[in-house]
Ligand binder design. Structure first.
Ligand code: GLN
Length: 185
């Protein structure tokens, strides 16, 4: 299995290490040409969604990746990656792939709670150590979206078709179960 990891900005190295440890081959997607290489799955890492979104468009990668996801490529979006997938962003007029029918709120926990840890239950997995860093949460989901986790009443993990969207950073907590779930989507 070859997993393409978007590597224009943000926390992509951590995903790469985990997926390789789990036995996958990985490639970094840094420029348009990289999208010509074969990969079966896609990771959109955390970072800054506005920067990633702008780079994707400037580098000519945006439309190609959007089409790949629409055509059913399994994708894991964490934090900024979740924002890139979301159909709506309630506190921002920018929109990106819009393949995941949810509404997210960016930087939703405010400045004081910029970064925190929470051990929360994930459907099908159990208690999972969640790292939130200037995280979004999911305000609402459309029918057909499977809510996998609610953290203090806020939706923080969803699955829709072959898209897994997480508000937190599973690549920073030493627990590989969500990456395994992604590899089995
Ligand atoms: N605050 C970032 C954004 O809005 C997301 C933070 C993250 O990916 N850790 O894009």
């Amino acid at each position: 299995m070859v997993i393409g990891i978007l590597a224009v900005q943000g926390a992509f190295i951590e995903h790469e290490k985990i997926l390789q440890e789990l036995g996958a081959d990985t490639i970094q997607l840094r420029q348009k040409n990289d999208l010509d290489r074969h990969f079966d799955r896609l990771v959109l890492p955390g970072g800054e969604s506005t920067v990633q979104g702008k780079l994707l468009k400037d580098l000519g990668m945006y439309g190609i990746i959007k089409e790949m996801i629409e055509d059913g490529m399994p994708v894991l979006g964490t934090c900024a990656g979740l924002i890139l997938l979301a159909e709506n962003i309630s506190n921002d007029t920018r929109k990106y792939f819009q393949t995941l029918p949810v509404t997210v709120k960016r930087n939703a926990y405010g400045r004081q709670l910029g970064s925190f840890h929470y051990d929360g239950e994930i459907k099908g997995i159990g208690v999972f150590p969640m790292e939130f860093i200037r995280a979004p949460y999911i305000e609402s989901v459309a029918g057909g979206v499977d809510v996998l986790a609610e953290t203090d009443g806020k939706i923080t993990a969803v699955k829709y078709k072959k898209q897994l969207g997480l508000a937190f950073h599973p690549e920073l907590c030493g627990d590989y179960r969500l990456h395994k779930m992604f590899m089995e989507l």
